[in-house]
Design a protein around this ligand. Structure first.
Ligand SMILES: *Cc1c(COP(=O)(O)O)cnc(C)c1O
Length: 425
């Protein structure tokens, strides 16, 4: 697309946008009298207006039915998680039996590693990306300690090369070649939260398997952002949260994927709970855990229906919008943000911006991370006061996500105007 840094151009794109009606499905924050240009959908997605009614439905049914709501609510709570099969399968590129929705993300990573990180003999190491999201680092560190290993020895981190910001896939593949027979698990964030780099999950899975390892992904920044084909890629397991690109509310439930090849394996160790048993026999309260087939067999507890009601609304919006439409707009909008930043940088000697997100469209999703080299924080505070909501990462990176469901080209244009005003003040 040939971009132009002008209001007319931005408005024309918004007019032509087949997804434009979805913007009005969301509440934009209104606490700043200067307005709101929201670019943190990768941190906490905006609230779908329909969420309120959906949660009220569950509150009303709770008031009306009490415990009988498990079977008599409009959306019976006993089988509530089944409402998410279709949507989660669409987001993950999975079969319905391979996905479920439960708990929080880090909790699920631990539950999945309880099953899929099984050190044996000299094969006890975990390969991951350097500077993974802190919660993932802590999860991996505590997992290896739990099995009696020293994280310094048992965790192999792949950093970017010197002078580079993103990770070179060859370094992952080389590590798999060199340490392959010691690696029990490859566990990577499918989209890096800091740079926005999208990893080639298909190849990593293939090469991880060749080395004899299990391969799992944290898709916190992938779900609802990039195209996932977890089944086809042969990924062993994955988990994601629903409050970033999936707009399901602060701390809302996490999605889980377990590949079909593991669904009948009753020998897999796991931490069990009553909701992981087949629904038919669940209320018999029988002794002896028998897992349900597929991802459902990893469930522990009955569903937190109030939080999940918003997730249902959100997945419905994704289905209405259509994933391919979202991906097309994502690339156009992210490209526009990149263009605007480069245009400003080229025209303003004071700007010293470096985009550290990959240039290649296939290696990024909605996010652009800008290394500001020096002037950054003051500029960031200026645009924040003017209504921009973006994300500051120490020491000097601005992370932004123009989200195709609700951001407009005009949002991006106006951001550029404020950025330039901040540079020239
Ligand atoms: C957001 C995020 C988390 C957060 O974990 P919670 O358990 O939901 O608090 C974990 N890992 C990654 C990679 C994230 O981006």
């Amino acid at each position: 697309m040939n971009y132009i840094n002008s209001l007319d151009f931005a408005k024309e794109q918004d007019q032509k946008d087949p997804l434009k009606r979805f913007r009005s499905e969301f509440h934009f924050p209104n606490f700043n009298p200067n307005g709101c240009y929201y670019f943190t959908g990768n941190s906490l997605g905006l609230m779908p207006k329909r969420a309120k009614e959906a949660i009220e439905q569950e509150l009303d049914d709770w008031a009306r039915f009490g415990v009988e709501g498990h079977f008599h609510a409009k959306n019976p709570w006993f089988s509530y998680h089944e409402n998410f099969k279709k949507g989660a399968a669409m987001i993950a590129g999975a079969k319905e039996s391979e996905v479920t929705v439960m708990n929080g993300l880090t909790t699920n990573l631990h539950l999945l590693m309880a099953s899929f990180y099984q050190p044996k003999g000299k094969r006890y190491k975990i390969l991951c990306e350097a500077k993974a999201f802190p919660s993932d680092q802590y999860a991996l560190e505590s997992q290896v300690k739990f099995h009696g290993f020293d994280p310094e020895d048992a965790i192999i981190e792949i950093p970017p090369r010197i002078g580079e910001h993103t990770i070179n896939h060859d370094d992952i593949y080389d590590a798999l070649k060199i340490h392959g027979d010691q690696i029990a698990l490859v566990m990577i964030g499918g989209v890096n939260y800091y740079t926005g780099q999208v990893f080639d999950m298909k190849s990593i899975t293939e090469k991880g398997h060749q080395a004899g390892a299990i391969v799992g992904f944290d898709l916190a920044h992938g779900a609802g952002n990039i195209e996932l084909k977890l089944h086809e890629w042969g990924v062993d397991f994955a988990a994601w949260c629903s409050y970033k690109y999936l707009n399901s509310g602060p701390g809302s439930v996490s999605g889980v994927f377990v590949h079909q090849r593991h669904e009948q394996n009753k020998e897999l160790k796991r931490f069990a709970g009553w909701w992981g048993t087949p629904s038919e026999g669940r209320f018999k309260m029988a002794k002896g855990f028998e897992p349900a087939v597929g991802a459902d067999g990893w469930q522990l507890s009955n569903a937190p229906v109030l939080a999940m009601a918003a997730h249902k609304v959100s997945l419905d919006l994704f289905e209405e919008a259509g994933m391919q439409n979202l991906f097309a707009k994502r690339d156009a909008l992210t490209g526009y943000l990149e263009y605007i930043i480069n245009d400003i940088s080229n025209r303003n000697p004071a700007a010293n911006f470096e985009i550290i997100t990959p240039k290649k469209v296939s290696e990024r999703g909605s996010q652009i991370s800008i290394l500001t080299h020096g002037t950054g924080k003051e500029l960031f505070d200026f645009i924040t006061e003017k209504g921009v909501i973006a994300d500051w990462r120490e020491p000097n990176v601005i992370r932004m996500a123009p989200v195709p469901l609700y951001n407009s080209f005009e949002d991006v244009y106006q951001f550029g105007q404020l950025l330039e005003a901040g540079l020239n003040k």
